[in-house]
Write a protein that binds this ligand. Sequence first.
Ligand code: ZN
Length: 199
Amino acid sequence: MPAFAPSMQRLIGEFSRLPGIGTKTAERLAYHILRSPSAEAMSLAEAIRLVKQDNRPCSNCFAISESDPCEICADPARDASTICVVEEPKDLIALERSGGYTGVYHVLGGRIEPFEGRTRSDLTLEALVRRVQTHKVKEIILATNPIVEGDTTALVVKEALQDMSVRITRLARGLPAGSHLEFAGRAILQEAITGRQEW
Ligand SMILES: [Zn+2]
């Protein structure tokens, strides 16, 4: 079998590093690019370049945004005294899509996973503590995923805030255990927020 040209080999290599893409799919995608009109392929390359160039974490809440502070932190209509704590930007997106939440967010940047070597120092927990200390925060909603590591992470966040006069709530248990926020339906997420409980 003839070898791929070096540039094709490189593109296949890049595609196969993407999540869920095996070698066969990587080859199919690379062939697709090779055969597509030049403008289409360049547009894809440009989109990848721009997403890296224009997006950065908000210095307040760590959401990924093209502006700093992000649109949510900068919006005077949002209730800055209620902070919903999520693991990843994609969880924030899921909750925003559900509508109905008018507070602000704090993105931890992951969850505590001892077996993966991820500890609390890998999270933006200290920044959250500073936000609560320096702003008039009334409520923290723990919206980590309802899986074991998400619960552990919620507990660690709660402990970090325990000496502060802030109400701590957790999303309602309407979310099935073991599920992920990003895959939950809008109605379930809306119920989980409105039915949040002291924790
Ligand atoms: Zn922000």
